[in-house]
Design a protein. Structure first.
Length: 202
């Protein structure tokens, strides 16, 4: 089975602009599709994005910025049993990964903290939402602080009239936020459920 192409996380600060408005039926414009193809998307993946835009009017992300995301890695104990003796082996691993590319070179994965991986992931999908004008809301589990940015931020939620500002807020918030606190996942899921219900009512 052929593997899906690796889509770069824009570590070279490659902009996804210019933004092109979608057609009335939710399909991607020709210029938007061309930008995606240049980033490694196949025609099938572009069609899948179009299908999702039609099927789902709004996407929600719950972003884990709890204290556990500070983890760079941990030691794992391996108990090795032999016929006449046993020993303990400890190995260290990092469970975060980010995709980077040297200028003109191939993409590769580097080990990093969980939070660094999350920052790259949200940055990429915020850019993708801005490019495709797909209404998307990101909710941090814990308030990052007033100086850092909002706990909840959206892309294209107002129909796309302030996408540049939306993307700037999303990127700056994720760049400046630091993980800490607990994991109040259930509360956020309930709040998203209530928001979806109110959208259905309207």
């Amino acid at each position: 089975m052929a593997q899906a192409p690796v889509i770069p996380l824009y570590t070279e600060a490659v902009p996804l602009a210019p933004l092109a408005p979608p057609d009335d039926d939710g399909t991607l414009s020709t210029s938007t599709r061309q930008i995606l193809v240049e980033q490694g998307y196949t025609n099938g993946l572009c069609e899948a994005l179009e299908a999702n835009k039609v099927a789902f009017s709004h996407s929600f992300w719950v972003v884990d910025n709890s204290g556990s995301m500070q983890t760079n890695g941990e030691y794992i104990q391996h108990d090795l049993l032999f016929p006449y003796y046993s020993c303990l082996l400890f190995s260290f691993y990092t469970d975060g990964q980010r995709i980077v590319r040297n200028k003109g070179g191939p993409y590769k994965k580097l080990s990093c903290s969980r939070w660094a991986e999350m920052q790259d992931t949200v940055d990429y999908h915020a850019q993708l939402a801005a490019l495709s004008k797909t209404p998307t809301t990101f909710r941090l589990l814990n308030d990052p602080g007033r100086v850092v940015g909002p706990q909840v931020f959206s892309i294209a939620a107002d129909g796309g009239s302030s996408i540049d500002q939306d993307l700037t807020i999303a990127q700056q918030t994720m760049m400046n936020a630091q993980p800490g606190g607990v994991t109040p996942l259930a509360r956020h899921v309930q709040e998203i459920r209530d928001q979806v219900h109110s959208m259905e009512a309207n």
